[in-house]
Design a protein around this ligand. Sequence first.
Ligand code: NAP
Length: 345
Amino acid sequence: MSNPAQPIDVAVIGATGYTGRELLRLLARHPNARVKLVTSRQHQGTLISDIHPVLRGVIDLPCVQLDLSAIADSCAFCFCALPHGTSMEICGQLVERGVRVIDLSADYRLRDPNLYAEWYNRSHRDAAHLKEAVYGLPELFAADIARARLVANPGCYPTAAVLALAPLAEASAIHLDRIVIDAKSGISGAGRSPSLDFHFPECDENLWAYKPGEHRHTPEMQTVLAQIAGDEATVRVLFVPHIVPLERGILATIYAPLRRRETTEDLLDMYSAYYAGSPFVRVSPDLPRVKNTAYTNFCDLSVRVVGDTVLVFSALDNLLKGASGTAVQNLNLMLGLPETAGLLP
Ligand SMILES: NC(=O)c1ccc[n+]([C@@H]2O[C@H](COP(=O)([O-])OP(=O)(O)OC[C@H]3O[C@@H](n4cnc5c(N)ncnc54)[C@H](OP(=O)(O)O)[C@@H]3O)[C@@H](O)[C@H]2O)c1
């Protein structure tokens, strides 16, 4: 357990983005962490509170350019909130300089560099650290996260889907090769850089599917669920994401064929038992709604059995439980603190 009297100095790389902003909001009220350094390519010298005015008077540090030595000299931990492809140029080097890193991008989530190359259309340039990175879903891999030098924070859709399916996968209760995941996401999932699709008149009062069966989160879900199911299970998910005109939030509705007769009540009991020690997963007979999870680190789950199909419903805030909230939960585990430190509403 860390000494609570001694705050840990942390850096946030990519602090000007949406997940960077949420990290800073959470870290500002964290009892054991202090933001020491924030980086930006485009806004060096500008106060981070001028980029994110919500931080005015809370964190007024100037943005600095990325300097690995400066981070290693001043910070024990670093959050990396950069786009995929960029993170892998940086995270491994920080680890070698003795900094423990939580990376929010996809660069260290897929253990197999060939799978990464296939889905991300680029070769992995840090295979050494890819091998040691720990998948940072605290509800499933807490012990490994606590010891890790490099944590690969999960994707937002995979967090919703894997938490929804883990109890069924571990109990061998479903046909793992016939899972359908229909998920809706708010627009902040696309990050802060403007683009036409996410221009207000394009997405207001609109709703559309994208990348059906070919979204990059598909292999991440399949790999982690196979790991949970064990015995070299073959997992196949048909994942269809949608964009909805919300600022934040994900709702996933998941369909899976049952391998044996189950009732809704039995599965709700099974889920409640599975997540009894997980402070941020709430299981309820009530169907989840994104608004109940907005601005929180909760993932709300419910289950229904309809004939020989189980439906699982999962809601979370993509920027918090789907990104920065889980990242701080991982920091807590790495520091030996309660998982909830700085994260309860
Ligand atoms: N948004 C979500 O819901 C969500 C959920 C889970 C995971 N993630 C992942 O978390 C990471 C950050 O996401 P985000 O939504 O915060 O993204 P974002 O809003 O676009 O912010 C990313 C930041 O990275 C900096 N950056 C540095 N090098 C860059 C480069 N080569 N290209 C573009 N930006 C660069 C930019 O700041 P400067 O230009 O100031 O340096 C930018 O503000 C991504 O890997 C994303 O996939 C996002």
